[in-house]
Design a protein around this ligand. Structure first.
Ligand code: GDP
Length: 425
């Protein structure tokens, strides 16, 4: 397959990083096409364990070129910290293997601050932001009030541009939030420190991708978060501020002419959700704690305990549909081994009626899950590498999900390591 997108089907944290790390073996280029440093893709390989926030998960593969596309929220400070951590563990990050789009907008120093101020203002009505400045960044991008990475090559024009933005942003910071203003000196320091460090990596990645496409290179598009966090198709307003769907990949990557041959949707064998918003299948109490502990469900970026529940087939079916997934990677099946009976949400009850359609966001709060129980397998499956090695109960569980969501489960992941995978081609 020449062009492939790897996307989250649920609320994020499905294990996309682990799948990109595995599948990059077959690709020449990996492009992150949306989102910022507000989530973490966990990758475990021969270099160690990494929580990548902005770097594409293909940086560990020899010969793979990694690109941060124009659709990402490019935070120079966080990116540089992440690059340094990875380099310290022995991964050579040169401009040959990491390229940053000159058309990516820069997350400016005030975006994180504004995020914190707004969450504080919202008090008990907060959105559950990771406070990485993503929402203020994207709203400013759409207001045309940020700068492009390529502007770093035009220092005089950049200064004038930043001075205008500074004046505008200080109005909001001081008058709306009563916070201290930013100064030009602060911006100068930011340019001299973080921006200078990443500057050697900035180039016309659109041109690079066009050439790669002409040369028949295989391109992998990497998403952040999941379908239900998509700005247009997710549980608005508890979404992220960009499009996490595969359809956006060519735009955000910088290759609008790209056609996707394959979309791998990553689904977790149970549900998790970080932050606020409706979560129909949520478990509470001891049952939730046991699942959280078994799956180690704490945010890669924030350490926050994730909300947990059984797999939600209504939401998953919807996620598969909006992603137009062509195949599925089901992750963390091994986590369920402690359960005697495994709950599965097959439908919702809404207005007294059963439905298998994912409701409009405002109606989600009223929806109640219909739960069906499956026999557990109650043994360790993490060493299984073939479908036949899985216990019958585990195969029945996977096959039921596959039938209900109407998409082939090609990969079954039974552990976080690169090779803990069953491939059913
Ligand atoms: P992403 O943002 O979608 O890449 O997901 P995260 O990295 O936030 O969360 C996935 C977590 O599950 C990471 O800690 C992975 O190492 C881990 N993981 C991925 N696949 C499996 C699996 O099949 N089994 C287990 N036990 N852990 C997994």
């Amino acid at each position: 397959m020449s062009n492939c997108a790897i996307v989250g089907i649920n609320w994020g944290d499905e294990g996309k990083g682990r799948m990109v790390d595995l599948l990059t073996e077959d690709y020449d280029v990996v492009v992150r096409y949306q989102g910022g440093g507000n989530a973490g893709h966990t990758v475990i390989n021969e270099f160690g364990k990494f929580a990548l926030h902005l770097l594409p998960s293909g940086i560990f593969r020899n010969g793979v070129v990694n690109i941060l596309g124009n659709g990402v929220a490019l935070d120079p400070e966080n990116l540089w910290t992440e690059m340094r951590d990875v380099m310290e563990k022995g991964v050579a990050l040169t401009p040959d293997i990491l390229k940053i789009s000159d058309r990516a907008s820069l997350l400016l120093p005030w975006h994180r601050e504004q995020d914190v101020l707004e969450e504080a203002r919202l008090a008990d009505k907060k959105y559950g932001s990771t406070k990485q400045g993503i929402a203020p960044f994207y709203s400013d991008k759409y207001q045309k009030k940020t700068v492009l990475a390529g502007e770093l090559f035009y220092p005089e024009e950049l200064k004038t541009h930043l001075a205008d933005l500074l004046e505008w942003k200080n109005l909001t910071l001081t008058k709306v939030y009563g916070a201290a203003p930013f100064t030009m000196e602060m911006l100068d320091r930011w340019i001299a420190d973080a921006c200078e460090k990443i500057k050697p990596y900035i180039c016309d990645t659109g041109e690079f991708l066009k050439q790669a496409q002409k040369d028949g290179k295989r391109i992998l598009f990497e998403a952040q978060l999941g379908s239900l966090r998509d700005l247009d198709y997710g549980i608005y307003p508890y979404t992220t501020s960009s499009n996490t769907t595969a359809a956006y990949a060519p735009i955000g990557a910088g290759l609008p002419s790209a056609k996707l041959d394959n979309v791998v949707g990553v689904v977790k064998a149970y549900s998790t959700c970080v932050g606020e918003g409706p979560f129909v299948c949520e478990m509470f109490g001891e049952e939730a704690e046991a699942l959280r502990k078994a799956g180690f469900e704490y945010g890669a970026k924030t350490g926050r305990p994730r909300r947990v529940g059984p797999i939600d087939l209504v939401a998953t079916r919807y996620g598969v549909e909006v992603q137009a997934a062509t195949e599925i990677a089901l992750t963390k099946l091994d986590v369920l081994c402690y359960m005697e009976k495994i709950p599965v949400c097959t439908k919702y009850i809404l207005n007294g009626k059963e439905t298998d359609r994912f409701p409009f966001p405002s109606a989600l709060k009223q929806a109640k899950p219909v739960i069906k129980y499956f026999d557990g397998w109650q043994c360790d499956i993490s060493a299984a590498r073939t479908w036949e090695e899985l216990p019958r109960a585990a195969r029945e569980y996977v096959s039921f999900i596959e039938k209900e969501i109407g998409c082939k489960i090609t990969y079954v992941s039974v552990g976080p390591e690169r090779d803990s995978i069953i491939i059913r081609k």
